[in-house]
Design a protein around this ligand. Structure first.
Ligand code: SF4
Length: 307
């Protein structure tokens, strides 16, 4: 394959699949270009490109796509529909590729996609083989790149779980952040929150850093009917970590359909733990948010006899 630059927007599943994608494309001989961490300018750009009804995560994502236009041969936007029965992705993940093609139709930019839709016979392996084919690579080299990428991905997850376990074993206040990693890790949205917690000697724990299969099983204890893969992992994380934490922050992008239902359910079903629901719309500055976080930490410290 001739040297091809593949752009990856720093949003949505990037935080989950970074290692998988980078290893796969690099093994196929491509160069990778990832958009820079979110800034106010990128967020504003994304908001100007999307309709009001789009969730904040999608708006940010479009800001990142826009950053890559004209700077790479292809921009990679996979279409994730489901990983099987009751393992659905929210409809934004089905639509992102087609939306980007439409929004940037006059830019001349090429996009690269693949379909993961297990319920309709489109497995992950099939999706990656199709990606290799789109890039002109042989089935053999694509399969080899996919296997290497999967091993690297599994290693990365093991490491993440180990770091999480070490954090849970530490002394001190721990707050579970129940939200999508693309919000928690985002430099403009989630990072100020985790930074604030750390500055106040609180360890932030991510509900989504969890063994996925175990979490899917445990999620049933809180909701037997939830069908969204990412929400089920977070529910499972809450169930698995709830005895080791001092409080929960639900972090949501406005207007997220799955979170609106799941978080409301959790706020009613979980007893005995202080909980805070933070809905981010990209407009609310950090000042108001810090006041709410401070009050929340005071409540936890008061309950623990630390005030
Ligand atoms: S799950 Fe919510 S935050 Fe994530 S893409 Fe869907 S609507 Fe947006």
């Amino acid at each position: 394959m001739r040297s091809t630059t593949i752009g990856i927007p720093r949003g949505m599943l990037y935080y989950r699949c970074e290692t998988l994608w980078k290893t796969f494309f690099t093994k196929l001989g491509a160069d990778i270009r990832v958009s820079e961490p979110t800034t106010y300018r990128i967020a504003e750009q994304g908001m100007s490109l999307t309709i009001d009804e789009a969730c904040l995560s999608l708006k940010l994502y479009f800001g990142h796509v826009s950053e890559l236009i004209g700077k790479c041969d292809y921009i990679f936007i996979p279409r994730y529909c489901n990983f099987g029965r009751n393992r659905d992705m929210c409809s934004r993940f089905h639509a992102m590729y087609d939306m980007a093609k439409n929004v940037f139709r006059s830019s001349g930019q090429k996009f690269l996609t693949c379909n993961i839709d297990v319920l309709n016979g489109e497995s992950e392996l099939k999706a990656y083989l199709s990606l290799g084919q789109s890039l002109g690579c042989s089935a053999k080299s694509t399969l080899s790149a996919y296997k290497t990428a999967k091993i690297a991905d599994q290693r990365m997850w093991k490491e993440k779980l180990k770091v999480q376990k070490d954090l849970l074993d530490k002394d001190g206040l721990k707050i579970l952040i129940a939200g999508h990693d693309y919000l928690i890790r985002d430099a403009y949205i989630g990072k100020p929150i985790t930074d604030f917690l750390e500055k106040n000697d609180v360890l932030p724990i991510e509900a989504g850093i969890v063994d996925s299969n175990a979490a899917m099983k445990r999620s049933i204890e809180l909701s037997p009917t939830c069908k969204w893969q990412l929400s089920r992992e977070i529910l499972g994380g809450i169930t698995m970590y709830r005895d080791k934490i001092d409080g929960i922050i639900f972090l949501t992008a406005f207007p997220c359909g799955p979170d609106a239902m799941v978080n409301e359910l959790m706020l009613r079903r979980i007893d005995g733990l202080p909980m805070l629901n933070l809905v981010m719309d990209g407009q609310n500055g950090t000042a108001g948010m810090e006041t709410r976080l401070e009050s929340f930490l005071d409540i936890i410290r008061f309950k623990r006899g630390m005030l």
